[in-house]
Ligand binder design. Structure first.
Ligand SMILES: Nc1ncnc2c1ncn2[C@@H]1O[C@H](COP(=O)(O)OP(=O)(O)O)[C@@H](O)[C@H]1O
Ligand SMILES: [Mg+2]
Length: 317
């Protein structure tokens, strides 16, 4: 897109606030990011889901103007980094994968410091309320829990009232309750018309927060769409996994032949069935009279989408 026209024109609501075309980044012989196109719009979250090493951080850092692409173009709020770095920086919030805060500053002092980098923005009290750290406003950073620290780094990214928020694995290592508190802050930001770019290797997080999702693998986008459409594209009703000592090759063959079974794979000790008709398969399973010790069914998830696309697990932890 032409920078000059966009920098001066008032952006329409339908214009993407983040746009990338043909992004490539190489580290020596390794092509870490191999031709990425993406865009995100106001009031929505674009999720970037993929396993460790897929190129998520490299990509988001090129969007954030931290790493220079070897090829391709980035436009943020209709502007390019090489010409408008200062004005872009004033309007985005960035939470890095590893943000180091000063241990012996309080929550309030930390936010005041970040606030001082910007001409315009929120008051420190406003941010403390947004991240729910009223009780801890005087506490040193070093005394905060992992979840509280993470909310504080989110707060640091919100001090300038950004239009676009970049979050790189914002809840990695947090317990489920702390994770939900981060999600609530992100939801509120989105509700307010903000654009979120979020990387994660948690399918649940991607599913919950993303309006649009791109699935990364080895530097490429291997699927994109809404979480629901990606799951629907699998075309299976459920995933049925069975365990048992005696589930040998012969048993596998019989399972594969059951009416309603679409596909079968091994996952550690379990046989995992992709199923078109759950009732029929469960009924058929019992007819086979195999020695089953554990039976488990779930609706297909983004993990199953990744598995179907790559033959590998999304998660390695
Ligand atoms: N500064 C760097 N120098 C060399 N290789 C790098 C560098 N940063 C990342 N990589 C490599 O690029 C690939 C993508 O990394 P990264 O973008 O961090 O992936 P993700 O965030 O999805 O885990 C990995 O193979 C990683 O080892
Ligand atoms: Mg990363």
């Amino acid at each position: 897109m032409d920078d000059a026209t966009h920098a001066s024109a008032t952006p329409a609501a339908s214009d993407p606030s983040v746009l990338a075309r043909g992004l490539v980044k190489r580290y020596g012989d390794l092509v870490a990011v191999d031709g990425i196109d993406l865009e995100a719009h106001p009031g929505t979250c674009l999720g970037v889901l993929g396993p460790n090493g897929a190129g998520k951080t490299t990509t988001i850092e090129m969007l954030e103007g931290i790493r220079a692409p070897d090829e391709g173009e980035v436009s943020i709020l209709g502007r390019r980094w090489h010409r408008h770095a200062r004005s872009i920086r004033a309007r985005i919030g960035v939470q890095l994968q590893e943000t180091q805060l000063e241990d012996k500053l309080s929550v309030r002092e930390t936010l005041r410091l970040y606030r001082s980098f910007y001409k315009n923005g929120r008051t420190v009290d406003e941010v403390i309320a947004m991240i729910g750290l009223e009780d801890k406003h005087d506490a040193w950073v070093v005394k905060l829990s992992g979840g509280q620290k993470q909310r504080l780094t989110l707060g640091c990214a919100l001090v300038n009232r950004p239009a676009v928020l970049f979050l790189d694995e914002p809840t990695t290592g947090l317990d489920p309750q702390a994770r939900r508190r981060v999600w609530d802050i992100v939801e509120a930001f989105k509700q307010d018309g903000g654009t979120v770019i979020l990387t994660t290797h948690y399918m649940e997080e991607a599913d919950r927060l993303s309006d649009q999702l791109v699935i990364f693998d080895r530097g490429r986008i291997i699927a994109r769409g809404t979480p629901a459409s990606l799951i629907e594209s699998l075309g299976v009703q459920s995933i049925v996994s069975v365990r048992g000592e005696a589930l040998d090759q012969a048993a596998e063959t019989r399972l594969r032949a059951l009416p309603g079974v679409r596909g079968l794979r091994r996952d550690g000790g379990a046989v995992v069935l992709e199923v078109d008709d759950t009732r029929q398969v469960i009924a058929g399973l019992f007819e086979l009279d195999l020695a089953i010790e554990d039976l488990h069914t779930h609706r297909p998830t983004l993990d199953d989408v990744f598995m179907a696309l790559t033959g590998r697990e999304l998660r390695d932890d």
